[in-house]
Ligand binder design. Structure first.
Ligand code: CP
Ligand code: NVA
Length: 329
């Protein structure tokens, strides 16, 4: 049962019930108000974790991962364990989900045993299909298309640093990949201005850019996609990059390396950002490829705050998806 403090928070936000039982396949599944409520709760969970110690007593969370993970796996496990629940990890790296039996049949089994399903997959459709069939919440822990839990922790980190997100200048340079997609959508939802600088042919997907711009029209966020990394970083409050070759694209590493070289975040590129700018990376980093040691280990880097906040943001997410008044969809 949720603690009194949690119940009060839910009531204040007025969103606990609205989020209970919902899925998080894409960050765009949430409204701007729901993103704000998750971030508010994440800050409270971080400042007073003891208050939530039994909020999800005995809840079972299952995690199927088709790809490797350090942060996502361990932050989900520590999150549910310290809320009173339990994690069951299934290594799915040797065969894709849905190969041995259909996703629908897996979903119909899982919903009889567990309260939430967390998936890390290649195909985004594996996650949306599981969500379609399972009566319990399904959470995207990274697909080829999106990484919504990462983006929640990242904007929590920026909020922690700058106090506000609205009007902030957020820049992402590098591959227009899963992390880039979720960051762009989240920037739009929180009203931050977002500039993406990518090589030609590596831009974020046009439909996700359009989705972010549609959200931005409501929240006042400008979404800009360009090719010049220096122009992208100019005056930014936060500069973010990710690997040039995501999991599943390793065979393109040699081809991509020279294309992405001008996008490396080094001290010279970061010097174009605002003097108070933070450097961000979801990790794991390929040191001295997309970012230099000097920047990653330098005074502007907040990468380990981001990693820590994965746990707090996911605690907030689990509390809202599982802790609402009405469980089950
Ligand atoms: N940032 C992130 O998702 O890290 P892992 O791949 O280690 O989970
Ligand atoms: N874009 C990277 C993120 C890893 C956390 C990948 O998908 O491999």
């Amino acid at each position: 049962m949720a603690s009194k403090a949690f119940a009060v928070l839910e009531q204040e936000a007025g969103l606990g019930e609205a989020l209970a039982g919902r899925d998080l396949c894409s960050i765009a599944d949430l409204t701007p108000a729901e993103v704000a409520a998750i971030l508010d709760l994440a800050h409270d969970v971080k400042s007073d974790p003891g208050k939530y110690r039994h909020a999800l007593d005995a809840k079972q969370m299952v995690m199927f991962f088709e790809k490797s993970s350090l942060r996502t796996r361990l932050t989900f496990e520590t999150a549910i364990n310290t809320l009173g629940g339990n994690a069951i990890f299934v290594d799915q790296t040797q065969s894709p989900l849905g190969e041995r039996e259909s996703l629908a049949d897996i979903a119909r089994n899982l919903e009889r045993w567990v309260s939430v399903i967390v998936l890390r997959t290649y195909a985004h459709e594996t996650i949306t299909e599981m969500a379609q069939y399972a009566s319990v919440p399904v959470i995207n822990a990274l697909s080829d298309l999106e990484h919504p839990c990462q983006a929640l922790a990242d904007f929590m980190t920026i909020q922690e640093r700058f106090g506000t997100l609205k009007g902030l200048r957020f820049t992402y340079v590098g591959d227009g990949n899963n992390v880039c997609h979720s960051l762009m959508l989240t920037a739009a939802q929180v009203g931050a201005h977002c500039t993406i600088g990518t090589p030609k042919n590596y831009a974020p997907k046009a439909d996700i850019v359009a989705q972010a711009r549609a959200i931005g029209n409501i929240t006042g966020s400008d979404i800009t996609v360009i090719n010049d990394p220096v122009v992208a970083v100019n005056g930014a409050d936060a500069v973010y990059t990710d690997v040039c070759t995501s999991m599943g694209f390793e065979h393109e590493a040699t081809k991509r390396a020279p294309i992405f070289k001008p996008y490396q975040v080094n001290e010279a590129l970061l010097a174009h950002a605002a003097p108070h700018a933070v450097f961000m990376h979801c990790l794991p980093a390929h040191r001295n490829a997309e970012v230099t040691d000097a920047v990653l280990d330098g005074p502007q880097s907040v990468v380990f705050d981001q990693a820590e906040n994965r746990m707090h943001a996911q605690k907030a997410l689990l509390l809202l998806l599982l802790g609402g008044a009405k469980l089950g969809k």
